[in-house]
Design a protein around this ligand. Sequence first.
Ligand SMILES: N[C@@H](CCC(=O)N[C@@H](CS)C(=O)NCC(=O)O)C(=O)O
Length: 219
Amino acid sequence: MASRCQRLKVYVKAATGNPCKLGDCPFSQRVLITCELKNIAYDVKFVDLDRKPEWFLRINPEGRVPVIKINGDYIPDSDIIVDVLEKSYPYPPLSTCRNITCRGQNIFPAGMAFFKSKNPRCDGTESQFVCELDHMNHHLCNEGPYIAGQYVTSADIALAPQLYVLQTALAYYKNWTNFEQFYPALNLFMKNMYALPAFMQTAPAPEVVIQGWAKHWSC
Ligand SMILES: N[C@@H](CCC(=O)N[C@@H](CS)C(=O)NCC(=O)O)C(=O)O
C-alpha cells in the first residue's frame, strides 16, 4: 500500500496558451479519472508541453505526460501508472484482463490519422477509422454497455477520454458528427462515461481541445 501521508502528484498537460489550465491530453485524463474513482487524494501539476520546463525534463527526459510521483518515485506512461495505482490503491478494483483493456486501442490512432488526412476517402484513413468504430459499436451492442460488460473498468477509462477529444475535434474541424447516427451503442457508452462525475471533473473544456488540436489540423 502507498503511504497515505504522501499525497500523490499527477503531472498533466497544460492548455495551449494557458499554463494554469488543464490541457487536452486523454492519457492525462485517464490517470485523473482513475484517481477520482479510487478516491485518491492528489495534487495536479500542469506542464506546458510547448515550452517544457527543465524541472520536468529532469523528472521525465522523454518529455511526455502524464507522470505521477508516488512514494518519492516518478512514474511516466498512463499504462504503467494505472497498474501502479491499482496495486497501491486496490479499492474499488478497476482493472480487467489485458485483452479487454486492449479493446478499442486502435480507435485513437485511426481517428488521428483520419483527422490529419487531407484526402481521407482515397488514402483509406476514413474507412480504417469507420472500421474501428464499427468493431467497438458491435462489441458494446452485444456485450456492453461498457467494454467489459456491466461495470466501468480501466478499459472504459482509457477509451472515453480519447473518444471525447476525437469527437470534439472532428465535429469542429471536419464537421464529422456521425457517432449518434451510425454508432448508437458507442454513442450511449460515450454519454454514460461523460456523465460520470469523475469524467466531468477531469475533462478539458471543448475550446481547449479545439485549440490543442489546431496544430494537428494545420500540419
Ligand atoms: N503512451 C503514453 C502517451 C503519452 C503522450 O503521448 N502524451 C502526450 C500528450 S497527450 C505528450 O506528452 N506529448 C509530448 C509532447 O507533446 O511533446 C501514455 O499512455 O502515457
